[in-house]
Design a protein around this ligand. Structure first.
Ligand code: SAH
Ligand code: SF4
Ligand code: F3S
Length: 446
């Protein structure tokens, strides 16, 4: 029989888990249409760069990468830019880079195979319309991770935090039907994955017209074979009593919440339009801790938001200490075109020098808090799920239910397994573990 080789596609992903999940959907769609996935751009027939626009630095990296592709891609390859930066810049990207032939925003992936076909014929296209019905229900994602599955339950965002580009790049919020999320969960479990991470920009505001996030947690947590259930990122204002109760009562739900704080100063929070005060945020922390004993908490914090005074910043430091976060992702404010923050007076701008200094102080405070918490955990036992080989030392990297990273000795055959370890050492952020038992691998809910 005549062997015709399949066209190849390479996808490179920047940004948040939502983008990773979108790349999995795009790859699934293309593999179904006859493409073969490859790990390198050189020689690929199609190259897609799935981009992020959250901070200027993220965009600069992508601009550099697009430039680099010019010399790396083969002559007749199709280069497409997808995701949030594609949505934000649209046809400007086609004007700026002649070797790019497709610019596709987050709601335009349905037509990907057809758009690639026409690009092969020399047609350059921008597809940046929002589609409020689009959830790619009929796509079968090609998952990059064999141990945990990211399942989008919501697209877009209806908050309007003044620093944030996401409402512009991903459009209005919409939720998938609960039954569809359950169906995808069942398929994931059937493929051998037992950890589920539900995704949305404000995931706990999920509402499919009938069911809220509490219903969703109970439904997904009740699928036989789901042993670990997480979600990211919730908004503090959307933690209703019902949602917190569902978290506490759903056995698979892991004892960890990523709870973006952004600032510890009510004045700054107001200017960010976060819609909660410092006190309300701290009250939310208390409620979560009361309902879920030993819950670990991580957060996102921005420093140098326009008008942030030294006193405001110190309130952020004191909030970090008051909560005692298990970890925090810290960012220097980046002014994004098209966000409400661009309308603040120029005199509010915080110099890079001051912002850098605040960032360094914040990181030191976070590290101190993390270290203090982690030292207290030494000697304790934890269930871990082995995720992958660690980058160094021939170790494996695993996670506890409360989201701690534990390095253990062992070979790759342990990846995907649940084990019990004793926490024997910590760098302050990650742990070293000694395996003390192999737990039965029967899924919890069977
Ligand atoms: N939807 C999520 C966050 C999405 S963006 C939420 O509401 O929590 C991830 C993080 O990037 C944000 O939590 C924020 O801390 C940071 N971020 C967003 N816009 C930013 C900007 N313009 N400058 C610096 N950091 C920003
Ligand atoms: Fe951005 Fe705020 Fe929406 Fe999060 S909730 S995506 S920070 S606008
Ligand atoms: Fe970036 Fe878009 Fe996610 S801007 S953080 S990839 S939603």
């Amino acid at each position: 029989m005549l062997q015709t080789s399949r066209p190849t596609v390479y996808i490179e992903t920047y940004g948040c888990q939502m983008n990773v999940s979108d790349s999995e959907l795009m790859l699934g769609r293309l593999v179904e249409s006859g493409y073969e996935s490859v790990e390198q751009p050189d020689g690929a027939d199609v190259i897609l760069i799935n981009t992020c626009a959250i901070r200027e630095h993220a965009e600069q990296r992508v601009i550099g990468r697009i430039g680099e592709m010019k010399s790396r891609m083969k002559r007749d390859a199709v280069l497409g830019v997808t995701g949030c930066m594609a949505q934000r810049l649209g046809s400007q990207l086609l004007d700026r880079a002649r070797h790019v032939s497709l610019v596709i925003g987050p709601d335009g992936y349905r037509d990907l195979p057809a758009l690639i076909e026409s690009a092969r014929g020399g047609v350059r296209t921008t597809a940046t319309d929002f589609d409020l019905e689009e959830h790619y229900e009929d796509f079968t994602p090609r998952r990059f991770d064999g141990v945990k599955a990211w399942i989008p339950v919501q697209r877009g965002c209806d908050y309007k935090c003044t620093y944030c580009i996401v409402p512009t790049t991903r459009g209005p919020e919409r939720s998938r039907q609960l039954a569809e999320v359950v169906r995808e969960t069942e398929a994931v479990v059937a493929s051998g994955i037992s950890e589920i991470v539900l995704l949305g920009q404000t995931v706990n505001s999920y509402f499919d017209g009938q069911h809220d996030f509490a219903d969703l947690l109970r439904a997904v947590g009740g699928v036989p074979g789901v042993r670990r259930l997480r979600f990211t990122s919730p908004h503090p204002n959307d933690f209703s009593k019902a949602v917190i109760r569902a978290m506490a009562e759903t056995e698979a739900y892991c004892e960890h919440v990523h709870l973006p704080m952004q600032s510890g100063s009510t004045r700054t929070l107001k200017r960010m339009l976060r819609r909660y005060t410092r006190e309300q945020y701290l009250a939310c922390v208390d409620e979560l801790r009361a309902a879920i004993p030993n819950v670990s908490l991580t957060t996102d914090v921005i420093v140098g938001f326009p008008g942030e005074s030294e006193a405001d910043f110190e309130e952020t430091l004191s909030a970090v200490q008051a909560v005692g976060f298990d970890d925090a992702y810290t960012f220097k404010f980046s002014l994004r075109d098209g966000t409400p923050a661009t309308r603040l007076p120029a005199s509010d701008t915080i110099s890079d020098e001051v912002a850098s200094d605040r960032l360094a102080r914040l990181i030191a405070t976070v590290r101190g808090a993390t270290r203090e918490r982690n030292l207290k955990l030494l000697g304790q036992r934890r269930e871990i799920l082995v995720e992958k080989s660690a980058r160094r030392g021939g170790l494996l990297q695993s996670r506890t239910r409360d989201f701690k990273v534990v390095m253990i000795p062992g070979d790759v055959s342990l990846i995907g397994k649940y084990l019990t370890v004793k926490l024997t050492g910590t760098t302050g952020s990650t742990f070293l573990g000694q395996v003390v038992g192999q737990r039965a691998e029967l899924p919890l809910a069977v």
